[in-house]
Design a binder for this molecule. Structure first.
Ligand code: NAD
Length: 443
């Protein structure tokens, strides 16, 4: 099937690559010429396990192409995905300017029937706005053309995006058109062979399903972080509590890890956007507002521990920081907890020597060359000349470090762990002073 994807980001690129892999003929459009040029030269702009060979092989086989030529893209696709960003507006609601710009572009160039698929995460009612934008543009241009707008939210997880798109656990289709549904069932049939994962519903429910899913996950994290803070104050160990509650199948072990807050391009903005949507219809989403507030505070937790340890003065200290990306297996730094920590440390007069397995380039892009930040080539090099260690991301490579080496390199035997990677008792045996989240103030 001829497929067009607008937006070559984490969602658009992965979706395009897996669609091409199963034999669809895919053209990707982006406004970023640099990104398009690099992709054509085989340079994949993001880190996502398994993505580079998938994109390269499908590009070489001619099943996927990259261009800024929107007219060509619109002409090409029977189905056209909108997978552009929906960043938060000033008040936290989703900014639809990129989505509506693509709708206008589609209307400008379409000459025959198109199925327009909203893949971006968008508030309830956006499909109506996309429809209206296409109608308005067609009228302005004096054109007539038929089209369907479908909501097909994306549930991939960064760090596992290729696998999630190849083996989705659900494919949500929000549509009121039997013809569009039939076409999309055909489009997705290669991903729907084991059992039927397609759930068809009305458009508004599909749009809300995506937000409800992300908000539920964010709620689990903030709830656990609240329990961790309570555990700390009440003298309990949140890791025991986690195991204790996870054993209840109604709760389950997944996604109940306490830590230094969630980040990324989705949870923070989607929780905010749904809370603002609620406000717009006169409803106060108290749970969502609390989820957001708890997370905001949790991202400052490590800095609080550090300040408390040093009696409020970290000026002149050098901090070794392991983990910059918002979670492992990605180079995405959007809303990462590490950024809150680094910026607070710098404001307090400390320096940071940081290492991340994949996010170094992105960190450099965001912060440039500033004297308070040194990006080091290995996790061991980050320890060199540092006073203490902080861990912000639970990369596998940080889970079993050489503790004797850590102790010998740091000027103080001190670790602040935002992801609870180590056992406090073991740290004691190594003579390391260890702070974790919700496990007692320190050992
Ligand atoms: P991204 O920022 O990585 O990529 C968006 C791309 O769209 C950029 O390359 C940008 O240049 C391009 N773009 C902007 N305007 C354009 C236009 N008019 N025409 C063509 N291209 C244009 O974004 P992302 O992380 O892929 O997210 C895209 C959407 O998917 C968002 O709504 C997001 O909430 C949602 N989503 C993201 C994830 C995730 O894990 N990243 C998961 C599920 C859903």
């Amino acid at each position: 099937m001829k497929v067009t994807v607008f937006g070559i980001g984490y969602v658009g690129l992965v979706q395009a690559a897996v669609m091409a892999e199963v034999g669809h003929d895919v053209v990707c459009i982006d406004v970023d010429q640099n990104k398009v040029d690099k992709l054509k030269q085989g340079h994949i702009p993001i880190f996502e396990p398994g993505l580079t060979p998938l994109v390269k092989s499908n590009y070489e086989a001619g099943r996927v192409d990259f261009t800024t030529d929107a007219a060509r893209g619109v002409e090409h696709g029977e189905v056209i995905f909108i997978a552009v960003g929906t960043p938060p507006d000033e008040d936290g609601s989703a900014d639809l300017k990129y989505v509506l710009a693509v709708a206008k572009t589609i209307a400008t160039h379409m000459t025959k029937h198109k199925i327009v698929i909203n893949k971006s995460t968008v508030p309830v009612g956006t499909a109506d706005r996309v429809k209206a934008k296409i109608d308005e543009t067609l009228t302005q241009l004096g054109k007539t053309a038929t089209f369907d707008v479908v909501s097909n939210p994306e549930f991939l997880k960064e760090g596992a995006a290729v696998n999630d798109c190849m083996r989705p656990d659900r494919i949500i289709l929000g549509t009121d058109s039997a013809k569009a549904e039939k076409k999309l069932r055909e489009l997705y049939s290669p991903f729907n062979r084991n059992h039927d994962k397609i759930i068809v519903m009305d458009i508004r429910s599909a749009e809300l399903t995506k937000y409800a899913a992300n908000c539920m996950l964010a709620t689990k994290i903030s709830f656990m972080n609240e329990m961790a803070n309570l555990a700390e104050l009440l003298g309990a160990d949140i890791e025991n509590v986690r195991k204790g509650i996870g054993s209840d199948p109604r709760i389950g072990y997944q996604f109940i890890y306490p830590g230094c807050g969630y980040g990324g391009s989705c949870f923070p903005k989607d929780v905010q956007a749904l809370a603002r949507s609620a406000q717009s219809v006169g409803y106060t989403a108290k749970v969502l507002e609390a989820v957001e507030a708890v997370n905001y505070a949790q991202k400052e937790k490590l800095f609080e521990y550090i300040l408390r340890h040093f009696n409020g003065d970290v000026a002149g200290k050098t901090v070794a920081l392991w983990g910059l990306s918002f979670k492992p297996n990605t180079d995405d730094m959007r809303e990462a907890s590490s950024r809150v920590l680094m910026e607070k440390l710098w404001a307090a007069g400390a320096k940071v020597k940081a290492f991340d397995p994949e996010a170094m380039e992105e960190t450099q892009r965001i912060y440039g060359s500033r004297p308070e930040l040194s990006l080091m080539g290995t996790k061991e090099a980050a320890l060199e000349g540092a006073d203490f260690l902080v861990i912000c991301t639970e990369w596998q490579a940080f889970r079993a470090p050489d503790f004797d080496l850590i102790k010998s390199k740091l000027s103080l035997p001190l670790i602040f762990d935002g992801r609870n990677l180590f056992e406090p008792k073991l740290m004691l045996e190594y003579g390391l002073h260890y702070y974790a989240i919700g496990r007692g103030l320190s050992v």
